[in-house]
Design a protein around this ligand. Structure first.
Ligand SMILES: NCCC[C@H](NC(=O)CCC(=O)O)C(=O)O
Length: 442
């Protein structure tokens, strides 16, 4: 059946700040305590969404989460009314308030793993929410993510949204950032490549310095929940040596689209065996492998050249959506331009300034969740979340009204921020026709 890829981008939340919360994500560590600009961050994201919608790529929006997350602070023993909970956390444990205020839900590549109906045994689109178990500030995203996905993919005839896996390290799951789909047309059954960092049950090779966030056990459970045809599932382990160099998700070092896998030479543990398996299962499979002598892993991590979006045009050619950092690096930019000239489907590079998100380790690919949908499924999506001229103007003026242009960790103690956030999100749920999705609305 004819299907298209629809990208849903996370809208940056009002409390976007740099907290250094993600050990193993070098941008996050490096920019701890830097002053953030939430308004600019949200607008940079909106510009990317609008530009892609204008270029003919259907584009949706996923709302931010309620922050500070008062219920999670209560769970940690802070008491009183909501303002007092925040005030006490700010005084006694500012790092916990920071974690409970993170806008990290913007990186929706970690919201869920998606299986299109063409690949699922029951013919439905499946979405399994990621538990993000490896980081405290991210693990609390799951319940609201589930509500938000239900509010967008609400028709149960077409969509099946599954809650997150059990919140334990054995089932650490980071969602679509560790998942690729390879095949022909979007609407035909394809191969799903699940990438994991470690296997809980086996003492295999693991990184020495940084955590491996995704387990094989989690990937297998997600494949089961999403009812992916077992004959078309491939599992591959990330190279532990690159995790130790800051590749905390596979989408920092590889991106796929249709028959193409664009990746670094050192992305996977048994890379050549993986290519052989994919060549057998995916007709016309093409690995575009970047050698280490052209781009080091360090440069791949700092420029996020693989955290790009590889998008198909109707004529079969592909466009690579890159962060500004990739253009700023002479060697990387030269390589990318050579790629344009070489024999492969990539025919255009498009660059976006996403610096506010990048400074926390989130590039173009982190900000989007890909959902392949048939026409009927697309019709069944909540139409109010789809980007167009009107929604772009409405969201920009909403951001202008509510977002601050400067935020530090100390500002999180401000009780006004909690109030502003709730009023803003209440209004947003009406703009996007989401119903009640936040704890403060229940
Ligand atoms: N896919 C990109 C995810 C980036 C995200 N960064 C963060 O959470 C940084 C937050 C901070 O340090 O303020 C992460 O590491 O999971």
């Amino acid at each position: 059946m004819k299907a298209r890829e629809v990208n849903f981008d996370g809208l940056v939340g009002l409390t976007h700040h740099y907290a250094g919360l993600s050990f193993g994500n070098e941008a996050s560590t490096k920019h701890q305590y830097r002053v953030s600009n939430p308004r600019l961050a949200a607008k940079q994201g909106l510009l990317k969404m609008k530009a892609l919608a204008d270029a003919g790529f259907p584009q949706g929006v996923i709302a931010p989460q309620e922050r500070p997350n008062v219920p999670v602070l209560r769970q940690l023993g802070f008491t009183g009314n909501d303002a007092q909970v925040v005030e006490r956390a700010a005084k006694q444990a500012p790092q916990l308030l920071s974690a409970a205020s993170s806008a990290s839900a913007m990186w929706v590549a970690n919201a869920a793993t998606v299986s299109p109906s063409a690949d699922s045994l029951d013919g439905k689109v499946h979405l399994t929410v990621a538990n993000l178990n490896n980081k405290f500030h991210r693990a609390s995203e799951a319940p609201t993510t589930e509500s938000l996905l239900h509010a967008i993919f609400r028709n149960e005839r077409y969509f099946s949204v599954h809650g997150a896996l059990p919140q334990v390290a054995m089932f650490g799951d980071e969602g679509a950032a560790n998942h690729n789909r390879l095949g022909g047309a979007y609407g035909s059954p394809s191969v799903q490549l699940f990438v994991y960092g470690r296997e809980e049950a086996k003492a295999g090779l693991i990184p020495a310095r940084y955590p491996a966030r995704q387990t094989l056990e989690a990937s297998q459970a997600v494949a089961r929940l999403n009812q992916v045809n077992p004959e078309r599932v491939v599992y591959a382990q990330q190279n532990p040596a690159v995790i130790d160099q800051g590749v905390f998700h596979n989408d920092v070092i590889a991106v796929s689209n249709r028959q193409v896998l664009f990746c670094h030479e050192q992305a996977f543990l048994h890379q050549h065996e993986l290519y052989t398996a994919l060549r057998e299962k995916v007709s016309g499979f093409m690995a575009l492998e970047v050698p280490v002598n052209r781009v080091s892993v360090t440069d791949a991590v700092s420029t996020y050249l693989f955290n790009s979006q590889l998008l198909s045009r109707d004529d079969g050619s592909m466009m690579l959506i890159l962060p500004e950092e990739a253009r700023q690096h002479a060697g990387v930019w030269r390589y990318l331009n050579e790629l344009l000239e070489a024999d492969n489907p990539i025919s255009e590079l498009k660059v976006f300034d996403l610096r506010e998100s990048m400074a926390n380790g989130g590039g173009p690919a982190c900000l989007r969740l890909r959902v392949v949908l048939t026409e009927a499924e697309q019709q069944a999506v909540n139409p109010a979340v789809m980007m167009n001229d009107t929604l772009f103007v409405t969201l920009n003026s909403w951001v202008d009204r509510w977002y601050r242009d400067r935020l530090t960790q100390a500002d999180l103690a401000d009780p006004l921020l909690l109030r502003e956030g709730r009023e803003a999100l209440d209004e947003l749920t009406r703009i996007l026709n989401l119903g009640s999705v936040y704890p403060f609305q229940c």
